[in-house]
Design a binder for this molecule. Structure first.
Ligand code: OAD
Length: 236
């Protein structure tokens, strides 16, 4: 590892995977248009109707298994040739990993895994992935496994390591997130005063309340990220 390399932290959201065919949440065709968060993404929903919640996430898993990384994901891998790159993603898909990124921290969980409802550290791979989590798949306490997803109303265990990465970064790239969901949306405010911050999203320019330092780039990840990466590779 070259200690003199500049540090880049990427804060990615659903928009980076949109061109891979994975639905975002809050766009006009987004998931939250057809489902209510309270029905499928809260601890209360899981307690009330585990079959509905688990079925919802099994559908998400099926969508992820069909998807492939797009040029937005793959361009970020190239940056590792010249920078120390850390990816902090709100996404539960594994497209950054499949593209080849080395350091990926998931804030909201990982759709390929299941977790005990009793012991949060008991996290296991779903096997086979194609079948998803089955009803009757019990942990060692005899309780139904749940998706390894951070539901609304639950703590985000990886937020502290994520904030530390942002504090250390020279450059922060925010890609494809509506910046609606906290604490993830607040991470950019951990950046040092001299850090450069870029926000790539088709709606970047209409984002409200952003730090004055943030350079907004209105564009889709599949084209705007490779352009940004070309520029950063030249500057390195
Ligand atoms: P949203 O659905 O809230 O926002 C998606 C963002 O992607 C929007 O700002 C779009 O403009 C942008 N977008 C759409 N197409 C794009 C493209 N081709 N390239 C780049 N950007 C594009 O998704 P998130 O901000 O990621 O949490 O949502 C945050 C969290 O809310 C998710 O992690 C999820 C959700 O509820 C949980 O489920 C816990």
């Amino acid at each position: 590892m070259n200690e003199n390399r500049k540090k880049i932290v990427v804060l990615s959201g659903a928009g980076i995977s949109a061109e891979s065919g994975i639905q975002t949440f809050r766009d006009s065709d987004g998931l939250w248009e057809n489902y209510r968060v309270e029905d499928v993404c809260t601890p209360e929903a899981l307690a009330r109707d585990p079959e509905l919640v688990i079925g919802f996430y099994n559908q998400r898993l099926a969508q992820v298994l069909k998807a492939k990384p797009n040029p937005g994901h793959t361009a970020l891998v190239e940056l590792e040739q010249k920078y120390d790159v850390r990816i902090v993603t709100q996404n539960i898909d594994d497209l950054h990993e499949r593209a080849g990124s080395s350091n990926v921290l998931h804030l909201h969980g990982d759709i390929r895994k299941k977790r005990s409802q009793v012991d949060p550290d008991d996290i296991e791979d779903i096997v086979p992935l194609e079948k998803g989590i089955r009803m009757g798949d019990l942990d060692r306490y005899g309780k139904q496994f749940r998706p390894h997803i951070v539901f609304f109303g639950e703590a985000v265990p990886n937020i502290e390591p994520a904030a530390k990465l942002v504090e250390e970064a020279d450059i922060v790239l925010i890609i494809g997130t509506s910046l609606n969901v906290y604490p993830a949306a607040g991470l950019m405010y951990y950046a040092r005063p001299d850090a450069k911050i870029y926000y790539i999203d088709p709606k970047a320019e209409s984002a409200k309340g952003l730090d004055k330092r943030v350079v907004c780039i209105a564009g889709k990840a599949g084209t705007a990220v490779p352009e940004m990466v070309r520029q950063l590779m030249e500057e390195a």
